[in-house]
Write a protein that binds this ligand. Structure first.
Ligand SMILES: *Cc1c(COP(=O)(O)O)cnc(C)c1O
Length: 234
């Protein structure tokens, strides 16, 4: 996609965020836009960067690490977020290359990220991925397990537990979209009431930004609406 398209789409997404925030009587600055660049080349990330975007999300470790290396000149200004499923054998490269991981769903993965975080790096920001749709096939932990796991992860010194992430099932209406987002916010409220200091609700994608912001999202993860439809054939 041409850089002017990326810039225009980015501006449209910012407008959607501003409108949804206004509808929710929230300050638009309370919602961080994470641009999900998976499957798109480094040039598209650079175009978004030149249009003012600073936080980027990636799902596939190998693709992401190559892209991060290709954009090394921007490394100190870009925040890289890992948002995809994470296997044990990939934790080291993720812990060494990313600033955030949104998809932590097991203590073992968190412990490895903690052990493998390089000396001298700031703490790795992490979110617990919660399965709010209740489907067996989706990743994420059951809501009932969130509190215990959150306390265990909060104790790991090289991680900074920031909050919760979810990928709700697609739904047609605004009300249907809001329900799982509300569920995630309620789980976060429960964890905070139990003494955990959390500030991040990572929810909302291209199709349900508005529902997520109405329910309190602080970080929306947007791919298609910025970069276009993904092509997985390569
Ligand atoms: C791909 C992806 C997104 C972006 O989805 P779009 O519908 O393209 O905005 C957000 N979050 C996660 C976890 C993803 O894998």
């Amino acid at each position: 996609m041409s850089s002017s398209h990326v810039a225009r789409h980015l501006e449209e997404v910012r407008q959607r965020i501003a409108k949804a925030a206004a509808d929710a009587s929230r300050d638009a600055s309370s919602v961080t836009l994470l641009a999900v660049s998976k499957t798109f080349p480094a040039e598209d990330v650079r175009a978004a960067f030149n249009a003012g975007q600073r936080a980027f999300g990636e799902n596939y470790v190998q693709e992401a690490v190559a892209k991060i290396a290709g954009l090394a000149d921007l490394r100190s200004e870009i925040e890289w977020h890992f948002i995809g499923p994470l296997q044990s054998n990939k934790t080291k490269v993720v812990s060494e290359n990313f600033d955030w991981v949104h998809s932590v769903d097991r203590l073992k993965i968190a412990e490895r990220l903690n052990e493998q975080r390089p000396d001298g790096s700031p703490r790795l920001n992490v979110c617990l991925q919660i399965n709010v749709s209740g489907e067996d096939s989706k990743s994420g932990i059951a809501p009932d397990d969130a509190l215990a796991l959150a306390h265990q992860i909060a104790a790991l010194p090289r991680l900074h537990l920031r909050g919760l992430m979810a990928i709700p099932e697609p739904a047609a209406t605004l009300d249907e979209q809001r329900a799982p987002h509300r569920r995630l916010r309620e789980i976060m409220d429960t964890l905070r009431a139990d003494g955990l200091e959390l500030d991040t609700l990572s929810m909302g994608m291209s199709a349900d930004i508005e529902a997520a912001i109405l329910e309190g999202a602080t970080m929306v993860r947007i791919g298609t609406a910025i970069f276009g439809a993904r092509d997985y054939s390569h």
